[in-house]
Ligand binder design. Structure first.
Ligand code: ZN
Length: 389
């Protein structure tokens, strides 16, 4: 068998650092064979400066919105951002298709190997057929009016069916997921969580202060969103309890959930989770720092999440709210705001934790024999990433 051998200043396996004299041995195709000391590795070692690391996992993206790059102004705040995204119509199908292809290319170049991708349409199906990245497709549904739940769910199910035909192996898969606590009625939540095979779910969670106010008190800026969308929500009564508790209770004990954004997630929320009162099997917290900044939201209290030993992952969100789809750029920003967090911890969020969150850790996320996680070289200051395999 023909091997490739890689050595760099540092080697991060996805979970731990190994000394710089370790050599990563893979097949020609990048399947991990072993990690051995340089003295036992023999010849033909390819050497690099920087950190040898498994490929990045982007836990939250909307590839289908790639044509919206640069269209929504920065720092408009949550409501104006949502109104602008929802009201964008009439893009040419060719423009959408090309933007999807270009954005996927850029993810590949940026060292990303797998993506948790939110889909409201089947626009990305054709691109995904090429199999250049691994995807878990989260078919997103929304509808705040109870009486429309069945109809909304059926529309999402039709999109789901198109993605279901895409994959023949069980590695990649699809699920139907709720958009956000403020846009999904209890009836729609029931349809989503009881959909057969729906074990891996995600939701936009606590993205702005206005969201918490709307869920907990029923007041605030979100009324402007529904006015703009011409939706009568005069029926809406907040449950007047903690925002996270109100909707996490919809999920089932066999379901894993990726909470995305978590900008206003606080100690009380994390206490509720830590107390084990909620049914969910596994909970991941995805940070999308550059999207928060783009929209004009604060960053989540990452130190608080760490204090509660939350499983943190990293996402880019879409090009409607980000300048690039790059996990490295996300790590740069997190590092800038939280300089005390160690490089290895950040890299683990972007590799192994992401793979576990997307349930792809049998095949990627770390340098373990038999996996094919992609191999990248990252500069120690997060300034550059280069894809080796
Ligand atoms: Zn999103």
């Amino acid at each position: 068998m023909n091997y490739r051998k890689f050595q760099a200043d540092h080697l991060f396996t996805g979970g731990e650092w190994l000394s710089g004299d370790s050599v990563l041995v893979t097949s020609q195709e990048g399947e991990i064979a072993d990690i051995v000391p340089v003295a036992e590795a023999g010849g033909d070692i390819e050497t690099f400066s920087g950190i040898l690391c498994p490929g990045f996992v982007n836990c939250h993206c909307h590839l289908e919105l790639s044509h919206m790059k640069g269209i929504v102004p920065e720092k408009t705040g949550m409501i104006d951002f949502l109104v602008r995204v929802i009201q964008q119509r009439g893009f040419d199908a060719g423009i959408i298709k090309n933007a999807i292809a270009e954005a996927e290319n850029s993810m590949l170049q940026n060292g990303i190997v797998a993506v948790g991708d939110i889909c409201n349409t089947a626009n990305t199906v054709e691109q995904k057929k090429a199999g250049r990245l691994l995807y878990h497709n989260f078919i997103e549904t929304m509808g705040f009016i109870e009486s429309t739940a069945a109809q909304r769910f059926e529309a999402s199910r039709a999109v789901y069916e198109q993605f279901a035909r895409l994959y023949r192996t069980p590695v990649e898969s699809n699920s139907i997921v709720p958009h956000a606590p403020y846009s999904v009625s209890p009836a729609l939540f029931q349809l989503i969580t009881r959909f057969p095979g729906n074990h891996l779910l995600t939701i936009h969670n606590q993205e702005s202060a206005a969201e918490r106010e709307f869920i907990e008190k029923g007041s605030g800026d979100f009324h402007r969103l529904y006015q703009a969308l011409n939706v009568d929500i005069s029926f809406y009564k907040p449950r007047e309890e903690q925002s996270l508790k109100t909707y996490l209770s919809h999920f089932l004990p066999n379901q894993s959930l990726i909470l995305v954004h978590n900008v206003t997630t606080n100690k009380e929320d994390l206490e509720v989770i830590a107390s084990g009162q909620l049914p969910i099997a596994n909970l991941f917290f995805c940070v999308c720092a550059n999207a928060n900044i783009y929209i004009g939201n604060p960053l989540p209290d990452i130190d608080l999440l760490r204090q509660y030993k939350a499983a943190i992952t990293v996402g880019t969100d879409s090009l409607a709210s980000n300048h690039q789809l790059s996990i490295l750029a996300e790590l740069q920003t997190i590092h800038q705001y939280f300089p005390h967090i160690e490089t290895g911890e950040l890299l683990q969020w972007a590799t192994l934790n992401g793979a576990q969150a997307l349930q792809l850790d049998d095949v990627l996320g770390s340098f373990e024999p038999g996996k094919k996680p992609g191999i990248i070289i990252v500069d120690e200051d997060f300034s550059q990433v280069k894809r080796l395999l």
